[in-house]
Design a protein around this ligand. Structure first.
Ligand code: ZN
Length: 491
């Protein structure tokens, strides 16, 4: 069996997970295949180009306006016509100019409306209170942590405060620009930790984690799935897609996980729990930790099933299977949030970065899963997708992936019960038949006996004299020798 060709739809070369610029860091679909660093370079370039174009447009409009004004002065006769045309053109161009330029320079007109939306959408007071208790706890922990850094600790705290204040004034910027600010902040602080505050390298990472935790606990409610993006729409689309694929079995994905083994099914449940839990975390790094925990459970499940360490080729299909089975809430929002606001160094290297890139890949695969990648014919795939039939009806042994072990067992028991029922019915029929046979046989014998009795009725004849005179007919009896007599011999 050729596993490679069987898995042609899901196999991903490990090099495809890396930044397409070849810098060696992990890439990400959200950054169009670049790593965070290269993506920011590209993004800067594109933004500079856009600003340049907007300026050129503004200058051209200015020039045209002046020319039009000059010509309207010289041709007095046709003034009204030219002027009205000019007015029309100016209005058209101005609206265009305003919409394109405003994106980059100001968006204050949106603020009012957005605030109203935010207030209308504000979570219930109890959720708010809980969140603020957590925020307070995180702040206290952060201050305690910074105390161990003495003087640099105070500077770090000031930098974070400054960043949070700046962000508060930038709420009406696009989410990409807010993300940009956060990324700049991470980069600056990391540099300062090393150069200005002389924090030993082994402590820098720890400090960065604490800083991320502190700032993102406070930023979360503003920048997670914001109104200004289509994150929510994408969440719903993915959720719908996963629901439509409810019939996909581990066999179709070539997932090397045998859930009949209790230990393995335990790992699968844990992996699903971890990936669902991601949504409840507020700090990007905590969300990443959930993905990593989930991935480790997957690796264990494969290892126990195969009795050998899992390969990367086994991992991705299994991760897809887990995501399909778990249908984690707000999957796209979580991925986007991590991409935008996680300390970039975490995503570009290391374990967390690797598993996160795989999760992004898994979601991309789910969006484009087709007949070929599931080793199905196009007709079967279409019929399963439209719900006309399910693989369960075709092969009674495989169940849809969202059915839990208990339900599977129940189905098996039901199946067994119906088999038993059939058998019992068969036995009852046979018993009845046997009963009937017995009755028939008894009747038959009775009839036979009666026939014989009728045919040969019992006649009681008088005592037969001839029989009694048998001896008397032995006329020559007296010619026989006398019977032998016992004799005693003296000896
Ligand atoms: Zn790169």
């Amino acid at each position: 069996m050729n596993l490679k060709s069987e898995r042609r739809g899901i196999h991903v070369d490990q090099s495809e997970l890396l930044c397409k610029k070849g810098c060696g860091y992990y890439g990400n679909p959200a950054w169009q295949g670049f790593c965070s660093k290269c993506w920011r370079e590209e993004y800067h370039k594109a933004r500079q180009k856009q600003i340049q174009e907007d300026w050129e447009l503004a200058e051209r409009l200015q020039r045209e306006e002046e020319e039009a004004y000059a010509s309207s002065q010289s041709t007095q006769g046709a003034q009204s016509l030219t002027f009205s045309k000019f007015e029309e053109k100016k209005t058209n161009e101005k609206t265009r100019k305003v919409t394109t330029v405003k994106k980059f320079f100001t968006a204050s007109s949106r603020t009012g409306a957005k605030k109203e939306i935010q207030e209308a959408k504000a979570p219930s007071p109890s959720i708010n209170r809980q969140a603020s208790i957590e925020t307070d706890r995180v702040s206290k922990e952060f201050i305690e942590f910074l105390k161990t850094y003495h003087k640099p600790g105070q500077d770090i705290y000031k930098q974070c405060k400054l960043f949070l204040d700046t962000m508060n004034h930038k709420r009406d910027l696009s989410i990409e620009e807010q993300s940009e600010c956060a990324q700049d902040f991470y980069q600056n602080v990391a540099e300062k930790l090393q150069t200005r505050w002389k924090v030993p390298p082994e402590k820098v990472e720890k400090a960065m984690d604490q800083i991320e935790k502190y700032i993102m606990t406070r930023q979360y409610k503003y920048v997670f799935c914001p109104e200004t993006t289509d994150d929510e729409k994408k969440d719903l689309a993915v959720q719908k897609r996963i629901r439509a694929l409810h019939w996909v079995t581990p066999q179709m994905l070539c997932v090397p996980v045998n859930e009949e083994i209790p230990e393995v099914s335990d790992m699968v449940v844990k992996a699903i729990t971890d990936i669902i839990e991601m949504d409840s975390k507020r700090v990007p790094r905590d969300k990443l930790a959930c993905i990593t925990k989930c991935s480790k459970h997957i690796f264990n499940a494969i290892k126990i099933t195969k009795n050998e360490p899992a390969s990367a080729d086994d991992f991705l299909p299994t991760l897809i299977y887990i995501v399909l089975k778990g249908n984690p809430p707000r999957l796209q929002s979580n991925i986007q949030y991590i991409t935008r606001f996680c300390n970039p160094s975490r995503l570009m290297t290391g374990e967390d970065g690797y598993y996160f890139t795989n999760l992004c890949c898994a979601v991309a695969f789910i969006e484009k899963l087709d007949a070929q990648s599931l080793n199905l014919s196009q007709e079967d795939f279409d019929r399963f997708m439209t719900g006309q039939t399910s693989p369960k009806k075709q092969e009674s042994d495989s169940f849809s992936p969202d059915v839990c072990l208990g339900v599977k067992q129940m189905y098996k028991n039901l199946d067994l019960l119906s088999q038993l029922n059939e058998r019992q019915e068969r036995i009852v029929t046979e018993a009845k038949k046997l009963e009937k046979d017995l009755i028939d046989w008894t009747d038959g014998i009775t009839k036979e006996v009666q026939d014989i009795v009728e045919k040969y009725p019992l006649e009681i004849k008088p005592k037969n004299q001839a029989l009694a005179a048998i001896d008397s007919e032995n006329v020559e009896n007296d010619k026989l020798p006398p019977p032998l007599q016992p004799q005693v011999y003296a000896g």
